[in-house]
Design a protein around this ligand. Structure first.
Ligand SMILES: [Zn+2]
Length: 97
């Protein structure tokens, strides 16, 4: 799940993303984010950040919670906060570049 992406896309894409995540969880399919070999920009106990493989602009980053849920709203408050803390830290890193 990608918070930045969800914030930028319309409802149709959000629903499609939710549907696909729910299907993956139900069918025990491997998670594409767990298998990524990409360099992590930052990592915390509950989430990590990577550059998007298909960036729509410079600095397009994915903030990915480590626990699998169908959507952002199924995360605990702590997990949600952790994602946004990471987002703020990544922003500082990108600004220094
Ligand atoms: Zn995963």
């Amino acid at each position: 799940m990608c918070i930045v992406w969800m914030k930028r896309q319309g409802n149709g894409l959000k629903m499609e993303l939710n549907k696909r995540m729910t299907e993956m969880i139900n069918e025990n399919k491997p998670c594409p984010f767990c298998k990524l070999e990409r360099e992590k920009i930052l990592e915390s106990e509950l989430s990590f950040a990577i550059y998007d493989g298909f960036p729509v602009n410079e600095g397009h980053v994915l903030i990915i919670p480590k626990r699998h849920t169908a959507n952002y709203f199924d995360l605990t408050n702590e997990e949600q906060s952790n994602c946004f803390e990471l987002l703020n830290r990544v922003k500082l890193i990108l600004q220094e570049k």
